[in-house]
Design a protein around this ligand. Sequence first.
Ligand code: FES
Length: 228
Amino acid sequence: MIIHINDRPCEVQVGDLLLKVAQNNKSHIGYICGGNGICQSCFVYVKEGADCLSEPGTDEKTFISDKLLQEGGRLACRTTIRKEGSIKVLTRAENLRRIVLGLNVPGFITYAQTIGYNVVNQLPGGVSNIFNRVREGRLNPVDTLKKIGSGLGPASLLAVSSFMETFPFLQFPASILCGGARGLVSTAGNAISSLTGGRLQLPGICGPCCESEKAPAFEPVTITVKQV
Ligand code: FES
């Protein structure tokens, strides 16, 4: 069946993850945390067909305010196609690009207010959600850091390509600046990706494999910076 992401037709099957569909179709969508339901860069507005998607789970309800949920807000990395039907989705990245492209100042103010409200109200619950998931073994912090490290590169490319599409006349000067910025982001990403050293433990949290009560709250973690 066909659904529409940012007005682009995308082939999907029931059971597909919305984030994967967007990625496969090169839609403007972020996935900085690698689909772990933390960064919210995969946030989308479901414009049509919410009933054809999986119900919002605890992770989404923690990070998205009730108001945004009612407006169709979802995390694409937590949303699957549940049944066939007409589905239309707008990603937050594309929404922002359209606001900027249309020089829509009132739209931008509303956008900033909504995001600000969501961050202020949902952050405490979001942080505790992450701690709980680590404690329950549903989230591996080292693995997540690696994913964030490798997600920085694509995220910077997404930002750069969106910028270029929005302001093509700035292509030459921006390419010089972005080249340097991309190098920095890539270096940071590689550094995080090189994180080694086994378990990263949070204070007072022991993993299922932790038998000893004398285990230190933190274990040493080695960070290696690659030469590029
Ligand atoms: S990819 Fe980070 S929250 Fe979905």
